[in-house]
Design a protein around this ligand. Structure first.
Ligand SMILES: [Fe+2]
Length: 288
């Protein structure tokens, strides 16, 4: 059987869409990919955005928006669940610009102590879940594809991506699900791909009420040794009766397990929050 690689990012846990995430988890459990690449912005780190530090106008917090400690508790639950349903999958976590807020914030607040404080991979417990961490801006290579969270976000991001790499590449960041082929004079086609998202569609920082974002992820299928062909997998109809992935029976039955576990996580958050903050950052960055 040919190998498959799933690339999925921009969940923004805390601002995620639990139904879309549930659909994706269900599909991956059936697929049992060889590799799963979490392509950045898996957590939101809204607390650490410059706007929350008094340097800009604060971003409006949505109702139910989580604080950092709560996001981390939720992320640990979700990643644990992911490892449970994909026991044999090689998993990598590519740092996105939202995760990169954490080391930047610590370095700004306390440059001396920064090196001695726990890192985000420590807080997320990635080592015990056997999840590889890839630092921000450093592309991962999977066969003929590069994977990077990226920083470009315009109408032509996937086009500039493939032209920058001059190879097939997948980026997150734009929250769009889109592909641009570039064929060389020799007849080789490279793909620039924007990998969609699994967050909710209401974000305070978008200029329009309903941004041009598409929920979904990318599956790479190995068609010859170390050569992968891409498929964009949109997640549609979460609020209707049709889905592009999964078995058609959507949230109510198939995803009850995940939704229940997310609800349980949310209930535990209040109790765990204080202890988690004290354990994870020694209470220092939250003193003020
Ligand atoms: Fe994002």
């Amino acid at each position: 059987m040919s190998r498959t690689v799933v690339v999925s990012g921009d969940w923004h846990l805390g601002e995620h869409d639990p139904h879309a995430l549930g659909l994706a988890f269900d599909a991956w459990q059936k697929l049992q990919p060889h590799t799963l690449i979490l392509n950045g912005d898996i957590i939101d780190c809204l607390d650490l955005h410059k706007s929350q530090q008094g340097t800009r106008v604060p971003v409006q917090r949505g109702r139910g928006t989580l604080h950092l400690g709560e996001e981390i508790v939720l992320a640990r639950q979700v990643l644990k669940r992911l490892r449970k349903i994909l026991p044999h999958t090689q998993i990598a976590f590519v740092e996105g610009n939202h995760e990169a807020r954490y080391p930047r914030y610590l370095a700004r607040q306390n440059p001396e102590a920064y090196q001695h404080l726990p890192t985000l991979p420590d807080l997320l417990g990635l080592a015990e879940l056997d999840i590889h961490w890839q630092s921000y801006g450093v592309p991962l290579r999977v066969g003929n594809f590069y994977v990077i969270h990226g920083w470009k976000c315009n109408l032509h991001s996937c086009r500039t991506l493939v032209q920058d790499f001059m190879a097939s590449a997948i980026q997150g960041h734009s929250h769009r699900l889109k592909a641009y082929p570039h064929t060389t004079p020799a007849g080789i086609t490279y793909w620039g791909i924007e990998g969609g998202h699994l967050r909710n569609r209401r974000a305070a920082y978008t200029p329009t009420e309903w941004p041009q974002w598409q929920q979904g992820y990318v599956v790479l299928t190995e068609t010859s040794p170390r050569h992968y062909t891409p498929t964009l997998v949109p997640i549609e109809g979460v609020n209707s009766t049709v889905a592009a992935v999964g078995s058609g029976s959507i949230v109510d039955t198939v995803h009850t397990g995940l939704l229940t576990s997310l609800k349980t996580a949310a209930r535990k958050i209040a109790a765990a929050r204080q202890a988690e903050i004290e354990r994870s950052v020694n209470g220092r960055i939250f003193e003020e």
